[in-house]
Design a protein around this ligand. Structure first.
Ligand code: XUL
Ligand code: CO
Length: 442
């Protein structure tokens, strides 16, 4: 296809003083920060679905975007190829290393399952040619187990085992092509794995079905030799009233129950955290502490809207605490920051997709530089260590090691009349430390 995003060239780095909105001010991909470049730390990815396959519709109105490949009068495979060419042109001009996709963002619906399988493999070959030409890699693949009406009552958690079988076949295909493309991860988001009402739902049975499904995915991963990470993407609700993978802690309990906690990690989406009543930083910290932190979808919500608006990140202040937790836990392994973002429905110029991504990437890059500097300087860690210092004393260690009973502690408190003085948590002082880093970091 001829150039689609004409008028926009490769996005270059201009530095914090640049006034060019289509230049990076903070994302200098080759800048070495600590032991790696910014590109290696952030592992940025663009999403095929919202950026190229979503027409800009909402529940009250049709698509508004200029996406010529979505014209239903086109031959579906021609349309898929046009879309793919535009997607790779965009990612290449943006200069980020990764993309992510759902099977049916890339591959049209239609025909028998065998015909869909063949089309998926044909388009995978073509995507691999684009990847080879541009050097762009795959952060993750995933199957759309929520779009087709057959999945209205769930995929793995459907009351009908034939729907379960269809979903299993779809995931087998999608894992195969993700493996062929050298994907770093494979994602499962259970948008329909939940219920609208308990009146018609056998909850424990559905949990067992979901556990069995995930075990089959793990078995298939090992059978084909896929070395990427399997990730569940928690979300509390939307489209379903209650989703079983509500948040990170819920997912971990589920994984433990089915013996999968060493096989599957989480892909945390910023606004999914908010929808479940948590801060993004909380979800990251919980995942890190449970050893299941995998990857991030960086899109945010709107403070006053209770649904998933999938907006581009635009606030360094709100991202720093979570990025700090990521760095504190050692950063990404196979994961990265994925832009599962949507333009607003009125952003109809082709260049708007660049504006959203460039602004979002710069926000993340600056948040990373701030959090990294704070971590290097131990700006929070010294105080944190001092707060917990008592636990390194012999008595503190003995309690944790299981060498003290309630009776032992009662005896000690009685003998010494232990009555420790409260110590300040210093929250305001620490919040000011964070602000100072945000102001000063260059
Ligand atoms: C939906 C969502 C999905 C997943 C992949 O809220 O975030 O795009 O990331 O299916
Ligand atoms: Co997502």
């Amino acid at each position: 296809m001829a150039e689609f995003f004409h008028g926009v060239d490769e996005i270059t780095f201009g530095g914090p003083e640049s006034d060019n909105p289509l230049q990076y001010r903070w994302y200098d991909k080759d800048r070495v920060v600590g032991d790696k470049t910014l590109a290696e730390h952030l592992r940025l990815a663009v999403c095929y679905w919202h950026s190229f396959n979503w027409p800009g519709n909402d529940v009250f109105g049709d698509g508004t975007f200029d996406r010529p490949w979505l014209d239903p009068s086109l031959d579906p495979m021609d349309a898929a190829r046009m879309k793919m060419a535009a997607a790779f042109e965009f990612v290449e001009k943006l200069g980020v290393p990764f993309f992510s996709f759902h099977d049916h963002d890339m591959c049209p619906y239609g025909g028998t399952f065998a015909e869909e399988t063949a089309a998926l493999h044909t388009l995978t070959d073509e995507a691999m040619a684009h990847m080879e030409r541009t050097g762009i890699r795959l952060l993750w693949g995933t199957a759309r187990l929520f779009h087709h009406p057959r999945y209205m009552a769930g995929a793995a958690t459907n009351p009908d085992p034939e729907v379960f079988a269809r979903a299993a076949a779809q995931v087998a295909n999608c894992l195969d092509v993700t493996h062929r493309m050298g994907g770093a991860n494979y994602v499962l988001w259970g948008g329909r794995e939940g219920y609208e009402t308990l009146l018609n739902t056998d909850l424990p049975r559905e949990m067992d079905q979901f556990g069995r499904f995930l075990s089959m995915v793990v078995e298939h991963k090992h059978a084909i030799g896929f070395e990427g990470t399997l990730l569940i993407e928690p979300k509390p609700q939307e489209p379903t009233k209650h989703q079983y993978d509500y948040d990170t802690a819920t997912v971990f309990g589920f994984l433990q129950k089915y013996g999968l906690e060493n096989e599957i990690k989480v892909n945390i989406e910023v606004n999914h955290a908010t929808l479940s009543g948590h801060d993004f930083a909380h979800e990251v910290a919980v995942a890190q502490s449970l050893g299941i932190f995998g990857s991030v979808d960086a899109n945010r919500g709107d403070d006053r809207l209770g649904w998933d608006t999938d907006q581009f990140p635009n606030s360094v202040d709100s991202l720093v605490p979570a990025v700090y937790e990521i760095i504190r836990g050692g950063g990404f392994d196979t994961g990265g920051f994925m832009f599962d973002t949507k333009l607003r429905r009125m952003s109809i110029d082709r260049s708007d997709l660049f504006h959203g991504h460039v602004g979002g990437i710069d926000t993340l890059a600056k948040a990373f530089l701030v959090a990294h500097a704070m971590h290097e300087d131990r700006a929070l860690e010294d105080l944190r260590d001092a707060r917990y210092a008592g636990w390194s004393d012999p008595d503190g260690r003995a309690i944790l090691a299981g060498e003290r009973s309630l009776d032992d502690l009662r005896a000690r408190v009685t003998a010494d009349n232990l009555d420790p003085a409260p110590v300040s948590g210093a929250q305001e002082a620490l919040e000011t430390v964070v602000n100072r880093y945000i102001e000063r970091v260059r």
